[in-house]
Ligand binder design. Structure first.
Ligand code: FEO
Ligand code: CA
Ligand code: CA
Ligand code: CA
Length: 660
C-alpha cells in the first residue's frame, strides 16, 4: 500500500438519479450503523466485522454475526476456513490474481469451454456466424443474441441425466452497434433496426455433455424471443388498457438484464434500461413528469432506431414505452407459448427477479437499478399450487411492496396498493393499474428508501437471509444514498425477514461487505485475493456459497483517477456468508463484464456469461467498424474477426463441486 493515501475517487458519472422525491436515502440510514462498526473494530483484525446484530426490538432473527476477514494481504495461500459448515470449508480453490489481459482465467485445477458465442445457430444447421458481422436480421433471429446476461439451466431428463442435458435459457441485454453491423451505426436503416431487435431478448438452447464436452443439440424447444416477438400482458394492467394502445401489436422484450426461475419451471426475464430505445426528432414533444422519472427523453440512449422505425418514435407512438419495464414470463418447454408480461410486479428498471416461497406463497424480489431507486418484493395471494390448479398465474394476484430501511436495523415493506396510504384517488391515483404503470412514483409517494443502484438479489438457501448488491452511487443531493458519498465501489446488504418468512412486512437488515480498494478507503476489508468493485451479479449455490460478479464501468476500469487501478478486469468471486471470507474465482477478458450464473443440479458444471468483451474502454481504446478488435478479440482471436459475448462452462478437472 502506498505511503501517501490517494484521494478517495469520484463516482463514474455514467448513471444519474431521476429520483427527486424527499425520501430518505440509505446513506442517512446506515451512517449510525457504520459508526458502530468502527467501535467494533478495536484493532482486532479477526473480529473486524461491523455486522452488528440487527433488529433491537424486532422479533426477527438477526443475520449471523460474521467477520469480513479474508486471506492475508499479499499471500496467495487461502486462509483456513472458520468453520460454521460442520468443519467443512466452503471455499476450497486457490484465488486467481487480478488481470488486465484479454483472457478468461480460472483457478488451477479448473477447465473452461466457450459455449454459444453471439451468432451461434440455436439449432445445428442454422445460419452460420459471419465474422464480418454481415449476417442479416433473418439470420440473427435464428442465432444466439448479443450481450449475454441473466441465465438459468433447466435440467432435462431424470436424475443424473439432468446433469448432462438441459435447456440453457439466457438474456441478451443490449447490442453494441459498432460490433453488430459491418459498417457500424452511423447510418440507421430498417434492416439494421430489425437485426438489432433480433439480437436482443432471450435464447433457449438445448445443450448436452458428451465425451467431456458441452454442445448445442437439435431441439424442438430451441427458440429466440426478440425485441419483435408477439407478447401478452397479464395482471392488473390488462392488454386492453388504454395506456398500452399503440400503432403496432404488443411485441418484444428489451434490455433483458438479470432473470429468475419459478418453482413451476418457467423463466423470468427482466426489462431494465428500456427507456434508452425511445427518442424523437419532433421538437414539439415534451416529457411528462412520468417520462422524467423513468428517464425517457427526446434524445434517447443512442440507439437511434426511431430514425428508421416509428415504433420507437415517442411522438409518433407515445404509448409504446408503456409496454416496457416489466417482468416477462417465458415457458422454456413450450416454444409456441407467448411470453407474458406480468404487470403485478410493477414497471421500473427491473434488474432481476428472484423467486422464493414461504408457507406455500410465492415471493419475488426485484431491484430497480438506477441511482437513488428502490428494492421491491411481490407476495402472491394464497398458495401458488392452488392458484395454478385454478388456472391462474401466481404472479398475477398479490401485493407489490417497496422497502424502507430504518436506522435501528429494522425495515418495513410498504404496500403499493391502490386505496391505501398515499395511493388514493384524491392524490391522483386512478386504480391499481395506474399504480403499477407509475410504480416509481407510487414508491416515492409511500416513502421508500433511496438506494445505490439495486442490482441482483439472492436468498441464502441455508437460512433464508436475503442479499442484494448495490453496485455504486453518485452521492447526489444531500450527500448521497450510501455509507459512502460518493460510493464508486458499491456494497452488499442483507436482511432477515421477520420469523424468516418471506411474506413478512418487517425485516432486520445489515451490511455484508463494502466493496472497493483499501488503498483508497480503509473501511474496506478486502485484500489482493479479493479486491473488487461494483458488484452486480449475485447468486447462492445450493451449498450456500455466495457468488459475486462485477460490472465496473468501462469508463472506470483500470483508472487511478477512479480508484480502479488495482482492481483489474471484471471478475467473479465467491464468498462465505458466515465467515465473510471472499476469494477471486475468475477474471474476464478486456472490456467485458461478468454476468449471469447457473449450474447443473450436481454443481459440477458452472455456466457464466462474458458480456460485451471488446466494448469501448477508456483504458484500452475504442473499437471501430474498421478495427473492432482494438480492445479485445475474445474468444476467437481471429485476426479478421471481432469480440463476441459468450457463455463459459467451467468444470473441475477432478469432476468436483465448483468452488469447494
Ligand atoms: Fe443490467 Fe443493472 O445491470
Ligand atoms: Ca446487471
Ligand atoms: Ca453493464
Ligand atoms: Ca450493472
Amino acid at each position: 500500500m502506498s505511503a501517501q493515501r490517494p484521494v478517495f475517487p469520484e463516482i463514474d458519472p455514467d448513471e444519474v438519479s431521476s429520483n427527486s422525491s424527499g425520501n430518505r436515502s440509505f446513506r442517512e440510514v446506515v451512517e449510525t450503523r457504520l459508526s458502530r462498526r468502527d467501535a467494533l473494530r478495536g484493532g482486532t483484525a479477526a473480529a473486524a466485522g461491523f455486522l452488528v446484530a440487527a433488529g433491537a426490538g424486532s422479533a426477527a432473527a438477526a443475520p449471523a454475526a460474521t467477520t469480513t476477514g479474508t486471506t492475508a494481504a499479499g499471500s496467495a495461500a487461502p486462509a483456513a476456513g472458520r468453520g460454521g459448515h460442520g468443519g467443512r470449508r466452503l471455499l476450497g480453490f486457490e484465488p486467481v490474481p487480478v488481470s488486465d489481459t484479454d483472457e478468461f482465467t480460472v483457478p488451477s485445477g479448473y477447465e473452461t469451454q466457450v459455449l454459444i458465442p453471439w451468432g451461434t445457430p440455436i439449432r445445428p444447421g442454422g445460419p452460420t456466424w459471419r465474422k464480418d458481422a454481415s449476417n442479416s436480421a433473418a439470420d440473427q433471429e435464428r442465432q444466439v443474441g448479443m450481450n449475454h446476461d441473466g441465465m438459468h439451466f433447466f435440467p432435462l431428463g431424470r436424475g443424473r441425466e439432468g446433469n448432462e442435458r438441459g435447456l440453457l435459457v439466457l438474456n441478451h441485454e443490449y447490442v453494441d452497434q459498432t460490433l453488430l453491423f459491418p459498417d457500424g451505426d452511423e447510418e440507421m436503416t430498417a434492416e439494421k433496426v430489425a437485426k438489432a431487435l433480433a439480437a436482443h431478448g432471450v435464447s433457449v438452447v438445448e445443450i448436452e455433455r458428451r465425451r467431456g464436452e458441452w454442445r448445442v443439440v437439435d431441439s424442438r424447444r430451441a427458440r429466440r424471443v426478440t425485441g419483435a416477438t408477439p407478447v401478452e400482458f397479464s395482471g392488473p394492467v390488462r392488454g386492453s388498457h388504454p395506456r398500452l394502445r399503440s400503432n403496432n401489436e404488443p411485441m418484444g422484450t428489451l434490455n433483458n438484464c438479470s432473470s429468475g426461475a419459478t418453482p413451476w419451471g418457467t423463466y423470468l426475464t427482466c426489462e431494465e434500461n428500456w427507456n434508452n430505445y425511445f427518442a424523437t426528432e419532433d421538437a414539439s414533444w415534451e416529457p411528462t413528469e412520468e417520462h422524467a422519472r423513468y428517464g425517457v427523453t427526446n434524445e434517447g440512449g443512442g440507439f437511434r432506431w426511431h430514425l428508421a422505425d416509428p415504433r420507437f418514435d415517442l411522438a409518433a407512438n407515445p404509448n409504446e414505452p408503456n409496454r416496457f419495464g416489466w417482468i416477462v414470463e417465458i415457458d422454456p418447454n413450450n416454444p409456441d407459448a407467448r411470453p407474458v408480461k406480468r404487470t403485478a410486479l410493477g414497471r421500473f428498471k427491473h434488474e432481476g427477479c428472484t423467486v422464493t416461497e414461504s408457507r406455500g406463497r410465492v415471493v419475488a424480489y426485484t431491484g430497480d437499478d438506477q441511482d437513488g431507486d428502490y428494492i421491491y418484493k411481490f407476495v402472491g395471494d394464497g398458495q401458488w399450487r392452488l392458484q395454478r390448479l385454478m388456472g391462474r398465474s401466481p404472479l398475477d394476484h398479490g401485493t407489490l411492496y417497496v422497502a424502507r430501511f430504518e436506522d435501528d436495523g429494522t425495515g418495513t415493506w410498504l404496500p403499493l396498493k391502490h386505496g391505501t396510504g398515499a395511493l388514493i384517488r384524491e392524490n391522483g391515483w386512478a386504480d391499481q393499474a395506474d399504480v403499477l404503470l407509475r410504480t416509481r412514483q407510487a414508491a416515492d409517494a409511500v416513502g421508500a428508501t433511496k438506494m445505490d443502484r439495486p442490482e441482483w438479489i439472492s436468498v441464502n438457501p441455508k437460512n433464508h437471509d436475503v442479499y442484494c448488491t448495490l453496485t455504486n452511487g453518485s452521492g447526489w443531493e444531500n450527500g448521497g444514498v450510501n455509507p459512502r458519498t460518493p460510493n464508486p465501489y458499491g456494497h452488499i446488504i442483507r436482511w432477515t425477514e421477520h420469523r424468516r418468512d418471506h411474506t413478512a412486512t418487517t425485516f432486520a437488515w445489515d451490511i455484508f461487505l463494502l466493496a472497493g480498494d483499501p488503498a483508497y478507503d480503509d473501511r474496506v476489508e478486502l485484500d489482493p485475493n479479493s479486491v473488487f468493485g461494483s458488484p452486480d451479479g449475485l447468486w447462492f449455490d445450493d451449498d450456500g456459497r455466495l457468488w459475486i460478479q462485477t460490472d465496473v464501468s468501462n469508463s472506470s476500469q483500470h483508472l487511478a483517477e477512479r480508484g480502479y487501478d488495482n482492481i483489474g478486469n471484471n471478475q467473479m468471486l465467491a464468498a462465505d456468508p458466515e465467515t465473510g471470507e471472499v476469494r477471486r474465482f475468475l477474471t474476464g477478458p478486456r472490456g467485458c463484464e461478468i454476468t449471469g450464473v447457473t449450474a447443473t443440479p450436481d454443481q459440477r458444471t458452472l455456466f457464466v456469461n462474458v458480456q460485451h468483451p471488446g466494448e469501448s474502454t477508456v483504458a484500452f481504446g475504442e473499437p471501430t467498424p474498421d478495427d473492432p478488435r482494438v480492445v479485445s478479440n475474445w474468444p476467437d482471436f481471429d485476426p479478421e474477426g471481432r469480440p463476441r459475448s459468450a457463455t463459459v462452462a467451467i468444470r473441475r478437472r477432478d469432476g468436483g463441486i465448483i468452488g469447494a
